[in-house]
Design a protein around this ligand. Structure first.
Ligand code: HEC
Length: 198
């Protein structure tokens, strides 16, 4: 009996509280009602698009100073033009050493991102190439196999391959968003192994 009463008291108190909370919300149509710990809703930090008196131009979001890069961002200074390609061919060197680990990771990224078109062995016979007659990905090796941009496929330089991965070329899209700079260098180490095949 006593236990029953206790339960009723708890229920009653709860219902009363709920009624008070609901009524308090009715006072003003625009009111959002009872709010618990209001200051938790309002961030202390400035929002990006909020006016800000701390800066001369009155904005929170500031343009980064010229010649600065976000942390971890690596520039590729060569333009997506024939001149840019030439300059990249002449200047770019792979910063990574040819190690077993780098090659193994390069192989992995190659198989994921390039092999579908260029073939797992680099023979240009990837599943997409076979399915879609429109996409003819070139092989990276083979006697007399020429690039559509001139030169033998087996002799493409590091800079040329990096430029192609970065910007893409004709039916091949850019792979800059799929691969980090380090991953691109690893893929290139592997592509250069494929180029050596006979
Ligand atoms: C959607 C299919 C596709 C994928 C995926 C792809 N390629 Fe290609 N790639 C092509 C085609 C097609 C060409 C030939 C473009 C042309 O000559 O018109 C090409 C050309 C190239 C060339 C030759 C550039 C030149 O100057 O002739 C290189 C190097 C290359 N790809 C590397 C890669 C690497 C590395 C990857 C993976 C990161 C990759 N490709 C992924 C389709 C693809």
């Amino acid at each position: 009996m006593l236990a029953m009463n206790k339960k009723n008291i708890v229920y009653g108190a709860f219902i009363m509280l709920a009624v008070v909370a609901m009524l308090s919300a009715c006072r003003d149509k625009r009111s959002t009602g009872l709010e618990y710990a209001r200051n938790m809703y309002d961030p202390i930090a400035f929002n990006q698009d909020q006016p800000n008196k701390n800066f001369a131009n009155g904005q929170t979001a500031q343009t980064p100073p010229p010649s600065t890069d976000p942390i971890g961002f690596v520039r590729f200074e060569f333009a997506n033009t024939a001149e840019g390609l030439k300059a990249a061919e002449a200047a770019v060197v792979n910063p990574l050493p040819l190690t077993k680990e780098n090659l193994l990771e390069g192989k992995h990224f190659y198989e994921v991102f390039c092999g579908v078109c260029h073939g797992a062995k680099g023979d240009g016979k990837g599943p997409i190439t076979l399915l879609e007659k429109g996409i003819n990905a070139p092989a990276f090796y083979g006697e007399g196999k020429e690039s559509s941009r001139g030169g033998l496929m087996s002799e493409l330089t590091v800079g040329r391959i990096y430029h192609t991965v970065f910007y893409g070329y004709n039916a091949m899209g850019s792979h800059a968003s799929q691969l980090t700079p380090t991953e691109r260098w690893k893929v290139i180490l592997y592509v250069q192994q494929l180029q050596k095949q006979k």
